[in-house]
Design a protein around this ligand. Structure first.
Ligand code: SAM
Length: 272
């Protein structure tokens, strides 16, 4: 999977790629990430990337020519990206579904805006997707680009050590993830649910399934409406809804907690 990030702050992006699983995958070549300094594609000795807005008004606008030149250079040196993403608060809101779609593009270029934004002709001429990471305005597209590289990158086989953990992450099945615990079994009077210490894999699986459904029902019922559930899960949701209607909460068990780990031996290796 290739990423090309076009920015006026390459060091900011490189710093964000220096740590963690995605950083390691970039360093080892599992992910091929290239950061391009937009100023290298300017045509004047001041390396100008912005100019005043036509029609007047506050702030500056990022110029079209350096961005188009940067993309032409990427195409000739690194191949044509399957998706050219303009980061913008006006774009489609990024989601796990979008991350999976970009993953299938195989090669993604990301254009980081600054100032008042990017000359509209960048969107018209070279952009395939305009993506926002949420309904708020940041000062630049660098953090959104890192968010996208991280979310898409971790879907690439070999980036996250245990592929199973990616499959169980929130949203991967349209549900939120179940709660996680590690040692100690008791902390400040809060115990780990006893089932997790029981060593009964089938019961642990069922508890996690129920917790994921309960959390999704309580926090994001909109996701549950779209999730594809099997017969057993639909029954669990019906139970949880009945409990909630009776005022017994959404089933996030708190009452069966004690003991020391029996089956669960920590590996000492986190995911990050
Ligand atoms: N005037 C622009 C507007 O209201 O649409 C906002 C420009 S913002 C200060 C500068 C740049 O930050 C944008 O061009 C975009 O690249 C990036 N940016 C800001 N917020 C963003 C968000 N929520 N998602 C993605 N990119 C964002």
């Amino acid at each position: 999977m290739k990423f090309d990030i076009i920015t006026i702050f390459p060091r900011m992006v490189e710093a964000g790629l220096a740590e963690g699983v995605v950083g390691r995958a970039a360093a080892s070549g599992v992910l091929d990430v290239a950061v391009h300094d937009l100023r290298a594609y300017t045509g004047d000795r001041h390396r100008t990337v912005d100019d005043v807005p036509y029609g007047g008004g506050p702030g500056m606008v990022m110029k079209v020519e350096p961005v188009v030149r940067a993309l032409a250079s990427i195409r000739s040196r690194r191949g044509a990206p399957g998706a050219v993403v303009l980061l913008s608060p006006q774009g489609r809101v990024f989601s796990q579904h979008e991350a999976e779609r970009l993953r299938t593009a195989g090669h993604v270029a990301l254009i980081c805006g600054r100032y008042e934004g990017v000359d509209e002709r960048v969107r018209e001429l070279v952009t395939t997707d305009e993506i926002s990471i949420g309904d708020y305005v940041l000062s630049g597209g660098e953090l959104p680009a890192l968010v996208i590289v991280d979310a898409v990158g971790r879907l690439v086989p070999g980036v996250v050590g245990d592929a199973g953990s990616v499959e169980e992450d929130s949203f991967s099945r349209g549900l939120l993830d179940h709660p996680h615990y590690t040692r100690p079994a008791t902390f400040a009077g809060h115990d780990v649910p006893a089932v997790l210490l029981s060593g009964h894999h089938a019961e642990v699986r069922r508890w996690r399934q129920r917790q994921a459904l309960a959390r999704t029902l309580a926090r994001r019922p909109d996701l549950l409406e779209r999730a594809s559930l099997d017969e057993d899960e639909r029954r669990m949701v019906a139970d949880l809804e009945r409990d909630a209607a009776r005022g017994e909460g959404a089933g996030e068990e708190q009452d069966d907690r004690v003991g020391e780990p029996t089956g669960a031996k920590g590996t000492g290796h986190g995911r990050d």
